[in-house]
Design a protein around this ligand. Structure first.
Ligand code: MG
Length: 383
Protein backbone atom coordinates (compact mmCIF):
# COMPACT_ATOMS: atom_id res chain seq x y z
CA UNK A 1 0.00 0.00 0.00
CA UNK A 2 1.41 3.33 -0.98
CA UNK A 3 -0.57 5.74 1.18
CA UNK A 4 0.76 9.17 0.20
CA UNK A 5 -0.15 8.73 -3.48
CA UNK A 6 -3.82 8.02 -2.75
CA UNK A 7 -6.40 10.77 -3.15
CA UNK A 8 -6.90 12.85 -0.04
CA UNK A 9 -10.31 11.46 0.91
CA UNK A 10 -9.11 7.88 0.69
CA UNK A 11 -6.00 8.84 2.64
CA UNK A 12 -8.16 10.47 5.33
CA UNK A 13 -10.17 7.25 5.66
CA UNK A 14 -7.00 5.19 5.89
CA UNK A 15 -5.64 7.65 8.41
CA UNK A 16 -8.53 7.20 10.78
CA UNK A 17 -8.47 3.44 10.12
CA UNK A 18 -4.77 3.34 10.94
CA UNK A 19 -5.39 5.29 14.13
CA UNK A 20 -8.26 3.03 15.10
CA UNK A 21 -6.09 0.01 14.46
CA UNK A 22 -3.32 1.50 16.54
CA UNK A 23 -1.05 1.95 13.55
CA UNK A 24 0.88 -1.31 13.95
CA UNK A 25 2.20 -1.16 10.43
CA UNK A 26 5.75 -0.33 9.28
CA UNK A 27 9.11 -0.84 11.00
CA UNK A 28 9.05 0.72 14.49
CA UNK A 29 11.20 3.61 15.80
CA UNK A 30 14.87 2.84 16.45
CA UNK A 31 17.83 4.47 18.16
CA UNK A 32 18.24 7.26 15.61
CA UNK A 33 14.72 7.48 14.15
CA UNK A 34 12.02 8.61 16.57
CA UNK A 35 9.25 7.69 14.13
CA UNK A 36 8.38 4.34 12.62
CA UNK A 37 7.99 3.82 8.88
CA UNK A 38 4.63 5.22 7.60
CA UNK A 39 3.99 6.48 11.11
CA UNK A 40 0.60 8.16 11.65
CA UNK A 41 1.91 9.72 14.87
CA UNK A 42 4.25 11.85 12.76
CA UNK A 43 2.82 15.36 12.35
CA UNK A 44 1.14 16.15 9.05
CA UNK A 45 3.02 18.74 6.99
CA UNK A 46 1.19 22.06 7.31
CA UNK A 47 -0.91 23.04 4.33
CA UNK A 48 0.45 26.01 2.40
CA UNK A 49 -1.31 27.69 -0.51
CA UNK A 50 1.25 27.82 -3.30
CA UNK A 51 2.06 31.12 -4.95
CA UNK A 52 2.40 31.74 -8.64
CA UNK A 53 4.82 33.86 -10.62
CA UNK A 54 3.55 37.05 -9.01
CA UNK A 55 2.32 36.06 -5.56
CA UNK A 56 4.03 34.67 -2.51
CA UNK A 57 2.94 31.41 -0.86
CA UNK A 58 0.69 31.77 2.16
CA UNK A 59 3.38 31.27 4.80
CA UNK A 60 5.94 33.66 3.29
CA UNK A 61 7.18 36.87 4.88
CA UNK A 62 6.68 39.48 2.19
CA UNK A 63 9.49 42.05 1.96
CA UNK A 64 8.22 43.77 -1.17
CA UNK A 65 5.12 43.08 -3.25
CA UNK A 66 4.79 46.39 -5.09
CA UNK A 67 3.14 48.62 -2.48
CA UNK A 68 4.82 52.02 -1.94
CA UNK A 69 4.54 51.75 1.86
CA UNK A 70 6.65 48.57 1.82
CA UNK A 71 9.71 50.81 1.40
CA UNK A 72 9.38 51.16 5.18
CA UNK A 73 10.54 47.57 5.58
CA UNK A 74 13.93 48.70 4.22
CA UNK A 75 16.51 51.19 5.48
CA UNK A 76 19.80 52.61 4.26
CA UNK A 77 22.56 50.17 5.18
CA UNK A 78 24.96 53.08 5.69
CA UNK A 79 23.15 54.90 8.46
CA UNK A 80 19.90 53.10 9.24
CA UNK A 81 17.92 56.07 7.92
CA UNK A 82 15.08 55.83 5.37
CA UNK A 83 16.52 54.79 2.01
CA UNK A 84 16.60 56.94 -1.10
CA UNK A 85 15.72 53.96 -3.28
CA UNK A 86 12.31 54.49 -4.86
CA UNK A 87 9.13 52.53 -5.48
CA UNK A 88 7.73 53.30 -8.91
CA UNK A 89 5.03 51.40 -10.84
CA UNK A 90 5.11 48.61 -8.25
CA UNK A 91 8.85 48.18 -8.59
CA UNK A 92 11.66 48.86 -6.11
CA UNK A 93 14.49 50.66 -7.87
CA UNK A 94 18.09 51.34 -6.89
CA UNK A 95 19.04 55.01 -7.03
CA UNK A 96 22.77 54.98 -7.84
CA UNK A 97 24.89 56.61 -5.18
CA UNK A 98 22.31 56.14 -2.43
CA UNK A 99 24.00 53.06 -1.00
CA UNK A 100 22.95 49.51 -0.11
CA UNK A 101 19.56 48.89 1.47
CA UNK A 102 18.83 46.34 4.17
CA UNK A 103 15.70 44.92 5.72
CA UNK A 104 14.69 45.92 9.22
CA UNK A 105 13.71 42.28 9.61
CA UNK A 106 16.53 39.87 10.49
CA UNK A 107 16.49 36.20 9.65
CA UNK A 108 18.81 33.36 8.71
CA UNK A 109 18.04 30.02 7.01
CA UNK A 110 15.43 30.68 4.38
CA UNK A 111 13.90 30.13 0.99
CA UNK A 112 14.15 33.51 -0.70
CA UNK A 113 12.43 34.66 -3.86
CA UNK A 114 13.43 37.87 -5.61
CA UNK A 115 12.99 39.17 -9.13
CA UNK A 116 15.21 41.76 -10.79
CA UNK A 117 15.60 43.53 -14.07
CA UNK A 118 18.68 45.27 -15.44
CA UNK A 119 18.23 48.49 -17.43
CA UNK A 120 17.12 47.79 -20.99
CA UNK A 121 19.46 50.49 -22.18
CA UNK A 122 22.74 48.59 -22.22
CA UNK A 123 25.66 50.53 -20.82
CA UNK A 124 29.06 49.29 -19.69
CA UNK A 125 30.43 45.80 -19.72
CA UNK A 126 31.66 43.01 -17.45
CA UNK A 127 30.97 44.04 -13.81
CA UNK A 128 29.74 47.48 -14.83
CA UNK A 129 26.47 46.40 -16.42
CA UNK A 130 23.33 45.94 -14.35
CA UNK A 131 25.32 45.16 -11.21
CA UNK A 132 23.62 44.70 -7.87
CA UNK A 133 23.58 41.81 -5.45
CA UNK A 134 21.45 39.96 -2.94
CA UNK A 135 23.28 39.57 0.38
CA UNK A 136 21.92 36.80 2.60
CA UNK A 137 22.34 37.74 6.25
CA UNK A 138 24.02 40.84 4.87
CA UNK A 139 27.11 38.71 4.19
CA UNK A 140 26.84 36.20 1.33
CA UNK A 141 26.38 37.85 -2.05
CA UNK A 142 24.37 36.10 -4.72
CA UNK A 143 25.48 38.28 -7.61
CA UNK A 144 23.00 40.26 -9.66
CA UNK A 145 24.57 41.24 -12.97
CA UNK A 146 23.48 41.63 -16.57
CA UNK A 147 25.52 38.82 -18.07
CA UNK A 148 23.35 38.52 -21.18
CA UNK A 149 26.02 38.43 -23.91
CA UNK A 150 28.32 40.00 -21.36
CA UNK A 151 31.18 37.82 -20.09
CA UNK A 152 32.87 38.57 -16.79
CA UNK A 153 34.95 36.65 -14.29
CA UNK A 154 32.95 33.46 -13.62
CA UNK A 155 32.94 33.70 -9.82
CA UNK A 156 31.37 37.13 -10.17
CA UNK A 157 28.70 36.38 -12.76
CA UNK A 158 24.96 36.50 -12.19
CA UNK A 159 23.99 34.03 -9.44
CA UNK A 160 27.60 33.29 -8.56
CA UNK A 161 28.31 33.13 -4.86
CA UNK A 162 30.51 36.16 -5.31
CA UNK A 163 34.18 35.35 -5.02
CA UNK A 164 33.44 31.71 -4.16
CA UNK A 165 31.62 29.75 -6.85
CA UNK A 166 30.50 30.46 -10.45
CA UNK A 167 26.97 29.51 -11.54
CA UNK A 168 26.57 26.12 -13.24
CA UNK A 169 24.98 27.80 -16.28
CA UNK A 170 23.87 31.22 -17.46
CA UNK A 171 20.07 31.18 -17.95
CA UNK A 172 19.54 34.97 -18.00
CA UNK A 173 16.91 36.75 -20.01
CA UNK A 174 17.79 39.85 -22.02
CA UNK A 175 18.29 43.16 -20.18
CA UNK A 176 15.02 44.89 -19.42
CA UNK A 177 13.26 41.56 -18.94
CA UNK A 178 12.58 40.12 -15.50
CA UNK A 179 14.82 37.48 -13.95
CA UNK A 180 13.77 35.40 -10.96
CA UNK A 181 16.05 34.06 -8.24
CA UNK A 182 14.89 31.27 -5.96
CA UNK A 183 17.46 30.77 -3.25
CA UNK A 184 17.73 28.21 -0.45
CA UNK A 185 20.16 29.48 2.13
CA UNK A 186 21.65 27.66 5.11
CA UNK A 187 24.02 29.63 7.30
CA UNK A 188 27.33 28.16 8.54
CA UNK A 189 27.09 26.61 12.00
CA UNK A 190 30.00 26.58 14.41
CA UNK A 191 30.04 25.03 17.87
CA UNK A 192 32.87 25.83 20.29
CA UNK A 193 34.82 27.46 17.48
CA UNK A 194 34.60 24.35 15.28
CA UNK A 195 32.70 24.23 11.99
CA UNK A 196 30.00 21.58 12.18
CA UNK A 197 28.19 22.68 9.01
CA UNK A 198 29.73 24.97 6.39
CA UNK A 199 26.36 26.34 5.31
CA UNK A 200 24.96 25.86 1.84
CA UNK A 201 23.28 27.77 -0.90
CA UNK A 202 21.10 26.57 -3.74
CA UNK A 203 19.96 28.94 -6.48
CA UNK A 204 17.55 28.63 -9.39
CA UNK A 205 17.63 31.41 -11.96
CA UNK A 206 14.49 31.63 -14.06
CA UNK A 207 13.72 28.11 -12.84
CA UNK A 208 17.14 26.74 -13.85
CA UNK A 209 19.53 25.35 -11.22
CA UNK A 210 22.73 27.42 -11.03
CA UNK A 211 24.01 26.65 -7.51
CA UNK A 212 23.49 23.10 -6.33
CA UNK A 213 23.85 22.98 -2.54
CA UNK A 214 27.13 24.90 -2.85
CA UNK A 215 29.07 24.86 0.43
CA UNK A 216 29.94 28.31 1.74
CA UNK A 217 33.43 29.46 2.60
CA UNK A 218 32.57 32.33 4.88
CA UNK A 219 30.87 35.28 3.28
CA UNK A 220 32.71 35.63 -0.03
CA UNK A 221 34.22 38.93 -1.06
CA UNK A 222 36.03 41.08 -3.57
CA UNK A 223 39.58 40.09 -4.62
CA UNK A 224 40.28 38.25 -1.34
CA UNK A 225 39.86 34.53 -0.74
CA UNK A 226 37.07 34.07 1.73
CA UNK A 227 37.60 31.84 4.76
CA UNK A 228 35.02 29.84 6.72
CA UNK A 229 33.75 31.72 9.75
CA UNK A 230 31.00 31.59 12.32
CA UNK A 231 27.84 33.52 11.45
CA UNK A 232 25.51 35.24 13.89
CA UNK A 233 22.07 33.76 14.57
CA UNK A 234 20.33 36.23 12.25
CA UNK A 235 21.03 39.07 9.89
CA UNK A 236 19.24 41.40 7.49
CA UNK A 237 18.82 40.89 3.75
CA UNK A 238 20.82 43.50 1.86
CA UNK A 239 20.59 44.63 -1.73
CA UNK A 240 23.57 46.27 -3.34
CA UNK A 241 23.89 49.67 -4.93
CA UNK A 242 26.69 49.13 -7.45
CA UNK A 243 25.94 52.27 -9.43
CA UNK A 244 23.29 50.79 -11.75
CA UNK A 245 19.53 51.48 -11.57
CA UNK A 246 18.55 47.81 -11.20
CA UNK A 247 14.86 47.19 -10.43
CA UNK A 248 13.38 44.62 -8.04
CA UNK A 249 9.96 43.14 -7.37
CA UNK A 250 8.20 40.27 -5.64
CA UNK A 251 10.60 39.75 -2.72
CA UNK A 252 9.64 37.26 -0.06
CA UNK A 253 11.15 34.59 2.13
CA UNK A 254 10.09 31.58 4.11
CA UNK A 255 12.13 30.77 7.22
CA UNK A 256 13.41 27.19 7.21
CA UNK A 257 13.39 24.78 10.15
CA UNK A 258 16.57 23.95 12.01
CA UNK A 259 18.93 21.35 10.62
CA UNK A 260 19.58 18.07 12.49
CA UNK A 261 23.11 19.32 13.45
CA UNK A 262 21.44 22.31 15.07
CA UNK A 263 18.87 20.33 17.05
CA UNK A 264 16.26 20.24 14.25
CA UNK A 265 13.81 17.41 13.71
CA UNK A 266 14.63 15.17 10.79
CA UNK A 267 14.06 11.54 9.99
CA UNK A 268 17.44 10.61 11.43
CA UNK A 269 18.65 12.32 14.58
CA UNK A 270 21.32 11.81 17.22
CA UNK A 271 20.57 9.01 19.71
CA UNK A 272 20.09 11.57 22.47
CA UNK A 273 17.66 13.69 20.44
CA UNK A 274 15.84 10.55 19.24
CA UNK A 275 15.34 9.27 22.80
CA UNK A 276 13.92 12.65 23.84
CA UNK A 277 11.61 12.83 20.81
CA UNK A 278 10.43 9.23 21.28
CA UNK A 279 9.60 10.00 24.92
CA UNK A 280 7.60 13.05 23.77
CA UNK A 281 5.70 11.06 21.11
CA UNK A 282 4.96 8.27 23.61
CA UNK A 283 3.62 10.78 26.13
CA UNK A 284 1.31 12.25 23.46
CA UNK A 285 -0.04 8.79 22.61
CA UNK A 286 -0.60 7.93 26.27
CA UNK A 287 -2.51 11.18 26.71
CA UNK A 288 -4.61 10.30 23.68
CA UNK A 289 -5.16 6.78 25.07
CA UNK A 290 -6.66 8.32 28.20
CA UNK A 291 -9.47 9.72 26.05
CA UNK A 292 -10.46 6.24 24.87
CA UNK A 293 -11.99 3.15 26.43
CA UNK A 294 -11.68 -0.58 25.95
CA UNK A 295 -9.59 -1.95 23.10
CA UNK A 296 -8.95 1.48 21.59
CA UNK A 297 -7.31 2.58 24.84
CA UNK A 298 -5.37 -0.68 25.18
CA UNK A 299 -4.05 -0.53 21.60
CA UNK A 300 -2.99 3.11 21.96
CA UNK A 301 -1.07 2.20 25.12
CA UNK A 302 0.64 -0.71 23.35
CA UNK A 303 1.44 1.67 20.52
CA UNK A 304 3.06 4.11 22.96
CA UNK A 305 5.43 1.33 24.03
CA UNK A 306 6.86 1.25 20.49
CA UNK A 307 8.32 4.69 21.28
CA UNK A 308 9.22 4.51 24.95
CA UNK A 309 8.93 2.23 27.96
CA UNK A 310 6.33 3.09 30.54
CA UNK A 311 5.60 0.64 33.35
CA UNK A 312 2.09 1.91 33.99
CA UNK A 313 1.05 1.84 30.33
CA UNK A 314 2.51 -1.63 29.90
CA UNK A 315 0.85 -3.04 32.99
CA UNK A 316 -2.53 -1.62 32.00
CA UNK A 317 -2.33 -2.82 28.39
CA UNK A 318 -1.13 -6.32 29.34
CA UNK A 319 -3.92 -6.74 31.90
CA UNK A 320 -6.46 -5.45 29.37
CA UNK A 321 -5.32 -7.77 26.58
CA UNK A 322 -5.37 -10.81 28.84
CA UNK A 323 -8.88 -9.86 30.01
CA UNK A 324 -9.88 -9.48 26.36
CA UNK A 325 -8.56 -12.93 25.44
CA UNK A 326 -10.30 -14.50 28.43
CA UNK A 327 -13.56 -12.84 27.43
CA UNK A 328 -13.20 -13.98 23.81
CA UNK A 329 -12.52 -17.57 24.87
CA UNK A 330 -15.83 -17.47 26.73
CA UNK A 331 -17.83 -16.36 23.67
CA UNK A 332 -19.98 -19.25 22.39
CA UNK A 333 -18.92 -20.66 18.98
CA UNK A 334 -22.16 -19.45 17.39
CA UNK A 335 -21.46 -15.82 18.36
CA UNK A 336 -17.71 -15.63 17.83
CA UNK A 337 -18.06 -14.38 14.23
CA UNK A 338 -19.32 -11.02 15.56
CA UNK A 339 -15.99 -10.61 17.37
CA UNK A 340 -13.85 -11.42 14.33
CA UNK A 341 -12.85 -7.81 13.59
CA UNK A 342 -11.76 -7.05 17.13
CA UNK A 343 -9.85 -10.29 17.52
CA UNK A 344 -7.96 -9.84 14.26
CA UNK A 345 -7.16 -6.23 15.13
CA UNK A 346 -5.77 -7.03 18.58
CA UNK A 347 -3.87 -10.05 17.28
CA UNK A 348 -2.29 -7.97 14.53
CA UNK A 349 -0.99 -5.58 17.19
CA UNK A 350 0.35 -8.45 19.32
CA UNK A 351 2.11 -9.96 16.29
CA UNK A 352 3.72 -6.61 15.56
CA UNK A 353 4.85 -6.20 19.17
CA UNK A 354 6.36 -9.70 19.07
CA UNK A 355 8.01 -9.23 15.66
CA UNK A 356 9.86 -6.14 16.81
CA UNK A 357 10.39 -7.38 20.39
CA UNK A 358 8.62 -4.35 21.85
CA UNK A 359 7.54 -6.35 24.91
CA UNK A 360 10.12 -8.34 26.87
CA UNK A 361 7.82 -11.34 26.93
CA UNK A 362 4.76 -12.28 24.99
CA UNK A 363 1.41 -12.03 26.77
CA UNK A 364 -0.51 -15.32 27.15
CA UNK A 365 -3.34 -13.62 25.25
CA UNK A 366 -1.41 -13.93 21.97
CA UNK A 367 -1.62 -17.73 21.76
CA UNK A 368 -5.24 -17.76 22.95
CA UNK A 369 -6.31 -15.33 20.24
CA UNK A 370 -4.21 -17.12 17.60
CA UNK A 371 -6.03 -20.34 18.53
CA UNK A 372 -9.44 -18.71 17.97
CA UNK A 373 -8.29 -17.40 14.56
CA UNK A 374 -7.00 -20.86 13.57
CA UNK A 375 -10.12 -22.69 14.75
CA UNK A 376 -12.36 -20.38 12.75
CA UNK A 377 -10.05 -20.27 9.73
CA UNK A 378 -9.99 -16.43 9.72
CA UNK A 379 -6.46 -16.06 8.45
CA UNK A 380 -6.54 -14.29 5.08
CA UNK A 381 -5.53 -16.73 2.36
CA UNK A 382 -2.22 -15.91 0.69
CA UNK A 383 -2.62 -15.26 -3.02
MG1 MG B 1 27.17 42.86 -7.12
Amino acid sequence: MNRPTLPTFVFAMLTSAALAEGGFYGDPPDATHPWGIHDMNRPQPPRVEPGNAMTAPSDAVVLFSGKPEEIEKWISDKNGEPTKWVVKDGVLQCVPGSGYIRTKEEFADCQLHIEWSAPSKVEGNSQGRGNSGVFLMGAVEVQVLDNYNNPSYPDGMASSIYGINPPLVNPLNAPGEWQSYDIVFRRPIFKDGKEIDPGYITVLVNGVLTQDHTPLEGGGGHMRRSKPKAFPEKGPLKIQDHGNPVRFRNIWYRPLPKRAVDGGEYSRMSEEATAAKRAEIAKGIREDAAKHEGNAKMLRLFESLCYAENAEAKEFALAAVNDFATAMKAVPAGKIESKKGEILQVTKALRYLAQFKILAEEPAARQELEAIIKTNDWEPKKK
